[in-house]
Design a binder for this molecule. Structure first.
Ligand code: AQP
Length: 344
């Protein structure tokens, strides 16, 4: 079947941005700098933007039901507090748009077991006992592909850790198009840009800052107050050397490099430029500057999140109206997919 001979209409791909964050804990500085800050930057007239609380993804590892419900709403509050405007972006909760899981099933039948077995995040999260991991964790990337392709999204802003899943999304789209001889799903472009694509733990500069890492001291949460932010930065692991004047001097100093990168991302400068300014300073001087900068940027967000969380009804209303708008885009695309595969 080719595009002309099929009865499926030709798809024109508008510039549409899709990305999501799991409500698997509270938002971290890594999520903010690696994802949300860039979501906000893409909220401009040339793009239609859809941002999702991916609660079904969170469920791939055990979640306490009350915490999952709370974290999902708090994540939506975080989106809005950080600058996503529900009048400019469609904000949704994945489980409220059933088309995501409907398309995911089709993609489970397109993707190959071997593809999933190669996913490093599955290996990391499943650990040594992968036989005991949930089936959801294993096929998570097919659901992620469905999240993106359900909207024919063309641009996907993510952190560096999602690169492999994005490549798999492209493989699924290509295989679908090839198997059905149709140019239906776009090959979405990963947008992995800037100096904050991988913010590391404050306790170990070789590990990614993560919301589910057991030590709270390893991360800055978007709900932390000014004292807590300053405390965590003061206690962040460093080394005894002063800061160098050039980035090459940081190659083998992961904790120091991480703090410089955080400073650079928060101040919208390059790490090279930051080092011209702070090179030669001791860590206690630099940490004070970093704490002031982080507090100035993050405390207004956490204050606004708290205010928004005092009216859960309003958050639910925003998500409900987002789901309606999202379904008006998703439903015809799912319908066309069903027609292509023969469910007519
Ligand atoms: N440390 C990070 N640096 C830069 N970007 C990051 N992201 C996450 N951590 C960092 C980006 O945030 C988006 C949402 O990620 P997610 O919550 O869906 O999943 P994740 O990458 O697995 O994030 P966590 O915090 O590590 O969650 P848990 O602990 O539950 O696994 C993505 O674009 C991600 O790249």
């Amino acid at each position: 079947m080719n595009r002309e001979s099929s009865n499926v209409s030709k798809t024109t791909f508008t510039s549409r941005v899709f990305s999501g964050i799991q409500p698997s804990g509270g938002l971290t500085l890594g999520n903010y700098l690696g994802a949300i800050k860039r979501f906000v930057a893409m909220q401009k007239p040339e793009f239609e933007t859809i941002y999702c609380v991916v609660d079904l993804h969170a469920l791939t590892v055990w979640q306490n039901p009350q915490e999952l419900a709370h974290n999902s709403r708090e994540l939506c509050a975080g989106f809005i507090a950080a600058g996503l405007d529900p009048n400019k972006s469609i904000l949704i909760r994945q489980s409220q748009v059933p088309e995501h899981t409907q398309l995911a099933w089709i993609f489970n039948c397109i993707a190959r077991v071997g593809w999933m077995q190669r996913m490093t995040q599955f290996k990391d999260k499943a650990g040594k006992n992968s036989q005991n991991a949930s089936l959801g964790l294993f096929c998570y990337p097919a659901l992620m592909a469905a999240d993106i392709l359900l909207y024919h999204a063309t641009h996907v802003p993510v952190g560096d850790d999602q690169k492999q899943h994005l490549e798999l999304t492209r493989d699924i789209a290509s295989k679908f198009n090839h198997d059905y001889q149709i140019d239906f799903f776009p090959i979405a472009k990963p947008v992995i840009e800037g100096d904050a694509t991988r913010i590391m733990s404050l306790r170990d500069g070789t590990k990614k800052m993560s919301k589910s890492e057991p030590s709270d001291m390893s991360r800055i949460n978007l709900t932390d107050d000014a004292d807590m932010i300053a405390h965590k930065i003061r206690k962040a692991k460093t080394d005894p050397e002063p800061l160098p004047m050039e980035i090459v001097g940081l190659e083998n100093r992961p904790e120091a490099l991480n703090l410089v990168q955080i400073y650079a991302a928060l101040s919208d400068q390059s790490p090279e430029f930051v080092l011209q300014d702070v090179g030669g300073k001791t860590f206690s001087e630099f940490k004070k500057m970093l704490a002031d900068l982080a507090i100035a940027e993050l405390v207004p967000i956490s204050t606004e999140m708290k205010r928004l969380m005092s009216d859960i009804g309003e958050i639910d209303h925003i998500l409900c109206s987002g789901a309606e708008k999202a379904r008006s885009i998703a439903s015809p695309i799912l319908q066309e997919t069903y027609e292509i595969v023969g469910m007519t």
